[in-house]
Design a protein around this ligand. Sequence first.
Ligand code: NOJ
Ligand code: CA
Length: 722
Amino acid sequence: MKHFLTIAMMVLLALGARAVNAHQVTETSPNGNLVVRCEVRYGKVYYDVTYKGKTVIKPSLLGFDLVGKRTGEFNNFDETHAEPEPVSLCSNLRVVTTEHSTHDETWHPVWGEETAIRNHYNEMAVMLEQLEGRQMVVRFRVYDDGVGFRYEFPRQRVLNYFVIAEERTEFAMTGDHTAWWIGGDYDTQEYEYTRSRLSEIRGLFDKAITPNSSQTQFSRTGVQTSLQLKTDDGIYINLHEAALVDYPCMSLNLDDKRMVFQAWLTPDAQGNKGYMQTPCHTPWRTIMVTDDARDILASRLILNLNEPCKIEDTSWIKPVKYMGVWWELISGAHSWAYTDQLPSVKLGETDYRKVKPSGKHGANNANVRRYIDFAAEHGFDQLLIEGWNEGWEDWFGNSKDYVFDFVTPYPDFDIKALNDYAHSKGIRLMMHHETSSSVRNYERHLEAAYQLMERYGYNSVKSGYVGDIIPRGEYHYGQWMVNHYLYAIQKAAEHHIMVNAHEAVRPTGLCRTWPNLIGNESARGTEYQAFGGTQPGHTAILPFTRLQGGPMDYTPGIFEMNLSTFSPDNDSKVLSTICGQLALYVTLYSPLQMAADLPENYLKHMDAFQFIKDVPVEWERSVYLEAEPMEYVTIARKDKNSDSWFVGNVAGKQDFNSVIKLDFLDKGRKYEATIYADARDANYRTNPQAYTITRRKVDAKTTLRLRSVAGGGYAITLRPIQ
Ligand code: NOJ
Ligand code: CA
């Protein structure tokens, strides 16, 4: 008997199965700093997290409410599913088994902040069963820099097709932390961040959400992820999600009496949250934890929790530096529309050749050629053209189904000749698909639109989802739209097309799996500088929040801060300095970077423009030198294709004195540093174009002391001297 028990124990250990039938199981990060505990109490499942012995997430509920079924068995989809009482997947649970394992691998992204990423974690899979027989696994992955967990539903007779009424996941805070947040909204993240105590969110909510927003808000304490938090004892916590696929986007609703965040999924048009079929799983819920803010920027938790690349041949995916016929449209100097003579447009029936052009159409042959010449001369890869296709006269706010066909150019845009001209100069045009959120119309035309791109030699598209979704009642962040965005990316991959989607759901690391997703907007980008401005600090919080999920097409590089100089009706001021703009090419990582300003504005500052020409979009290594959310970010990155380094610093609302050691440089080697810095009298409101460019010799022993003004920054090129 004793012998039998020993063998049984050995088998269990070999299977990695510990603590069978126990009510409490734990897993620890590889370095031992983070510990996750999962516990079943009176049939309910909770988890908590400690960091260096301190609790950072108090016991927090796990589970779901399902839309009720008369039979109680979810083995087929029942149209009459709506029952008054939801079925709880939070109670009557017990642990069946727990499996532990360790993983350590290094993978190489197609593009990224570095060329090698270590994926090292300990895993604990807790298999749970309800009295009713339903089974659910909670899988935890515990990294040195954070925790990811998700729910998995094995194929099972009593839980086959089901509808989620609400995910009940909680994140219980240990106190009234400081949070950098944007308000809950099912359709947009294009807000400025508010820094406040958790207890202040309710009072500040209405001010934080743009008052004229037509978007749906769900609660006065609802916030979006990635959410950055800081405890009074200096611990940084970041909540987000990874690998959002076939599931609605999660926001967080704060119970501000208990200081507990609760998952709040984006509903569909009927108010349901998610439609599931087993076997299936949710995205990962992520909790980064550290006592050094720079670790949040260095963390690869979100990417690591995504699936490896699913594109076999990635040789056609290339980082892109581009310009565009764009800022002149956003600022109002020119228009997307061809004419102002048409009160409404019927695509296919409207003959644009017979209407008078307004004379303000930006995407005209002569203007596009002018941009091609400039972009090609200065080494850019691509040129984005917006407003090239028919339909812009009534594209917005009309809930119009057949709004664009994505294949018919306006009469003054010669698609063949312009592409040929661009190619003859060694650059490509970048396609633009504004869908006006008529998504069913887009899906109808997608194949033909991608084919047109292939025919003329486009290999990248900027897509956009402005306005209310058609099918009507769906939201930008619901499961239906989440599936659409991925469908557009996957179809694009079949055509070897790279995608940069604006107004899509905020990213969750899917670019690891689909690296042709080279950009997203999904936050407040530079365009708002033309709509009244964005306060300093915004670009110093984005790396902590929005950029956690993937790169942003922020469209930096504005040199002319006074828009009325070229767009007389626009009195907006860009609240930044020229050097603050240069820094963004380093501090806001993206394999897709735009020089957003007009050629004529760059011509006035060609010495500063040199940095934009020099800065790479492919990196080998990144070093995070200084960081505090919304206050300052300083990053050094090594070029993938040379031995040069580039450094960027942005300052928030206060001036910032930066002190950086260049010990990341090769020891014993000399470098020439070209330093683009705010002049002493620079000011983001009154003197934004004042900068100095200095050169000096440096090496790995050098310490640099540089000052950035509020809303400003600096940029440095470090070239080895042979
Ligand atoms: C909003 C996008 O963010 C912007 O870049 C684009 O120019 C407009 N939509 C029009 O598509
Ligand atoms: Ca936008």
